[in-house]
Design a protein around this ligand. Structure first.
Ligand code: FAD
Ligand code: EPU
Length: 340
């Protein structure tokens, strides 16, 4: 039985900690709850915003509509072959709890993605990634209900059109589906991935030569805790911008004048620039206006430093974008979902 509430403070539901109000709010615990919601007058007559953990949204102001929090839980696993396990997970499960659960079972695939905030249902939205792994590397399929008809659709990996911080759910199917569960295909035999330089360095610091998947997870947790702010203490949504991709020519030109420029060569021949470096090189690290600030330990993260409003965080992002554009001629794209 669903319960639609009125005038709900969203502060506990977004990691920027913004105390904006939703006209209406409902928590969905089962697929049937969502089907029931489709017939509700408030659902039919208001705009919707689906949320999980609220760790990748910026609520610029009060939400004039219905916020739907996905709280569908459950973890079910199946052996698909001798060494492969398929794990089907409710969209409302907390991501890091899933990672810990798989580590306990000795299944590998998600360890490099430890400590990413938010829920499982949002993980395919931007194909979450960190420390050399993206969920597309162990994604199997997902189930979703159409927001108008309630019809169930299974999206295969190919259907999702995953890219760097991209999927079909941010493009052609934006806003069209309520993701109910996601399945991953994991390895029963550990496959260690320490390709990301800082993991190797951290493992060395930890005195570990032959890491287990739990060691890799711990190394990732250590690195993350050393530079990313904990949303429980400082409001933020992780990287605010994507790392921009530029042509080899643009990269060469920039490198000629900025020899410390941090960039990675992509298989396509393009270069991915470290947006955090670009922002820091503009002198913006630690810059603050109207309570919103560029994080002093990681310039790609914007924080709610001192009772900022959603609008002031958005305005700061505009200043950052313009400053980087003017100095380097590079356009930054916001990674966080902006809710106007
Ligand atoms: P929300 O913020 O609630 O929603 C995000 C988007 O998905 C919204 O557009 C929402 O409408 C949609 N959505 C959510 N659930 C559903 C659903 N069930 N069905 C349909 N649409 C849905 N991200 C990374 O990729 N890598 C990182 O390393 C990383 N580090 C972070 C570190 C910090 C400190 C923070 C605060 C964030 C970080 N993030 C990172 C961003 C964020 O954690 C991820 O994007 C995460 O997947 C968001 O999950 P969520 O449940 O909080 O999504
Ligand atoms: N850098 C600076 N100054 C800064 C920040 C970064 O010079 O203030 C340079 C450093 O040289 C550093 C390089 O940029 O070596 C890369 O920094 P980092 O390893 O912290 O990673 P990132 O590119 O800033 C990306 C993801 C993160 C993910 C990490 C680890 C994006 C947009 N961000 O950050 O994801 O955790 O790599 O894989 O791709 C997120 O999406 O919210 C997020 C935190």
């Amino acid at each position: 039985m669903i319960r639609v509430q009125s005038k709900v403070n969203l502060k506990p539901y977004n990691t920027f900690g913004l105390a904006v109000t939703a006209d209406y709010f409902v928590e969905v615990f089962t697929e049937n709850d969502f089907i029931e919601l489709l017939d509700h007058g408030i659902y039919k007559t208001n705009p919707h915003l689906i949320i999980g953990g609220g760790s990748n949204i910026l609520l610029c102001t009060d939400f004039k509509g219905l916020v739907i929090k996905n709280s569908i839980t459950g973890i079910h696993s199946n052996k698909s072959s001798e060494d492969k396990i398929i794990v089907k997970v409710g969209a409302g499960e907390v991501w890091h709890h899933l990672v810990q659960y798989t580590l306990e079972q000795g299944w590998s695939g998600l360890e490099n993605l430890s400590l990413i905030p938010g829920c499982v249902g949002a993980s395919p939205m931007q194909n979450i990634g960190a420390y050399g792994v993206e969920i597309k590397d162990c994604f199997y399929e997902l189930e979703a209900l159409h927001v108008k008809t309630g019809q169930k659709r299974i999206f295969s990996k190919a259907d999702c059109l995953f890219g760097y911080r991209e999927s079909i759910f941010k493009q052609a199917e934006k806003g069209n589906y309520f993701i109910t569960n996601v399945s991953f295909i994991l390895d029963g035999k550990p496959k260690i991935n320490t390709s990301y330089g800082s993991i190797k360095e951290e493992l060395t610091q930890m005195g570990i030569n032959h890491p287990s998947i739990k060691d890799v997870a711990q190394a990732v947790v250590n690195i993350r805790q050393s530079k990313l702010p904990d949303p429980k203490i400082i409001g933020n949504a992780g990287s605010f911008f994507k790392n921009p991709e530029v042509s080899a020519e643009v990269y060469q030109t920039l490198k000629a004048t900025h020899e410390n420029l941090v960039a990675y060569l992509l298989p396509s021949g393009k270069y991915k620039l470290a947006a955090g470096w670009l922002i820091e090189a503009c002198g913006l690290k630690g810059y603050e206006q109207n309570g919103a600030a560029v994080h002093a330990k990681q310039a790609l993260v914007l924080i709610n430093k001192n009772n900022a409003t959603g609008q002031s965080i958005f305005d700061l992002s505009t200043v950052v974008k313009k400053t980087v554009q003017d100095k380097f001629g590079v356009t930054l794209e916001r990674e966080v979902n902006i809710i106007p």
